[in-house]
Design a protein around this ligand. Structure first.
Ligand code: FAD
Length: 323
């Protein structure tokens, strides 16, 4: 049976996040040839509707309201529920992002639905779709099938490839008006810790530093390498605890979970809590001066050496290749 699938697109600073396009690709599989409906919530999001259609949505519904300028779970859940009630879909897909992790359980419980969270791959399609998700901090994977009722999933960024961007695709664009009331929180101001650079959770390349980086200044060569590779900087909790960098960079069990194409771990020992956040990266390169460091057990390429010698050499070689 084909399904109607609703996908929540996530906008940030006037642009859609990649995970929105990955969610459309997931929705296409789940729909089994049915309809994929994109949903955009915000104060000015209509201009982003075409982009969702170019990535595979059949049509897009926007809800615009001044209270949706910043994310609040009350505001977004009221807006999403209005679209849900209008569309009555068989399945819902959100990104497994900070927003998706906050909003999806709230909506799922309102709908008395189950929730298959943090999906990294989908086997089969339509009614036969099987959802693969890591468990035990990435040490095992489980395969889950929706038995009956509404199917609600969140997908981990960077794991499900988006469909081709096709500007010749067209689709219906409509809006739903919602009276957003009873907000228990209002965001007065958002103060960003870092305003530039690639988003860590969506980066294709992550260069992460640990306690071996030794100081805040020690992150400079890592930053240079990350910039050269078009990637983002990350860190172990060891580096964050030592005040070498901000906690927003922490990767691991109690930090961000990343799955880039390339993860370079420099001066990181490979504690189980760190590996919970990066061991599913496609290629892992570890630089550590201790040949017994645990990180080498998950690394595809291990470099035993001083990161302050190895990273400048890598930078030099990459610059040569770019010339
Ligand atoms: P260390 O273990 O001190 O390792 C530093 C490494 O750098 C060593 O292997 C050393 O050989 C190497 N080194 C030193 N100098 C150089 C050099 N010049 N060149 C090359 N290598 C060098 N940690 C996380 O990362 N993320 C989490 O989310 C997280 N959550 C946690 C949750 C709980 C409940 C607990 C208890 C712990 C958590 N931790 C987490 C902490 C974790 O257990 C480790 O303490 C931490 O990951 C260690 O950080 P590190 O590898 O940078 O430091």
């Amino acid at each position: 049976m084909t399904k109607k699938v609703v996908v929540l697109g996530e906008a940030r600073e006037g642009a859609l996040r990649n995970v929105s396009f990955e969610a459309i690709a997931a929705a296409k599989k789940i729909s089994g040839g049915g309809e994929v409906v994109g949903v955009l919530l915000g104060d000015a999001v209509q201009s982003l509707a075409d982009e969702m259609i170019h990535y595979g949505a059949d049509r897009v519904i926007t809800v615009e309201h001044p209270h949706l300028k910043q994310y609040t779970s009350d505001g977004f859940s009221q807006a999403f529920m209005a679209v849900y009630e209008q569309e009555n879909p068989e399945a819902v897909v959100f990104g497994h992002t900070a927003l998706g992790k906050d909003l999806s359980p709230k909506i799922a419980s309102k709908l008395a639905s189950g929730l298959i969270s943090d999906v990294t791959a989908i086997e089969g399609e339509g009614d036969d779709a099987v959802f693969i998700r890591p468990i035990y901090s990435g040490k095992a994977f489980e395969k889950v099938k929706n038995k009956n009722g509404l199917l609600f999933i969140t997908i981990r960024p960077n794991n499900i490839a988006p469909l081709n961007h096709d500007t010749s695709r067209s689709g219906d664009k409509s809006s739903v008006s919602v009276d957003i009331t009873n907000l228990r929180t209002i965001i007065a101001e958002v103060v960003r810790k870092s305003t530039e650079g690639v988003d860590l959770s969506e980066a294709k390349v992550v260069v992460a530093g640990g306690r071996g980086v030794k100081s805040e200044e020690g992150f400079a060569p890592l930053q240079e390498l990350a910039t050269l590779l078009g990637g983002a900087i990350g860190a172990s909790r060891g580096a964050c605890d030592a005040n070498y960098c901000d906690y927003s960079l922490q990767i691991g069990q109690t930090g961000k979970v990343v799955t880039p194409d390339l993860y370079i771990a420099a001066g990181i020992s490979g504690a189980i809590q760190h590996m919970a956040g990066m061991s599913n990266s496609k290629v892992i390169v570890a630089i550590n001066k201790d040949p017994e460091a645990t990180i080498f057990k998950v690394a595809d390429y291990g470099i035993v050496g001083d990161l302050f010698e190895v990273i400048p050499m890598m930078i030099e070689e990459i610059k040569k290749l770019k010339r």
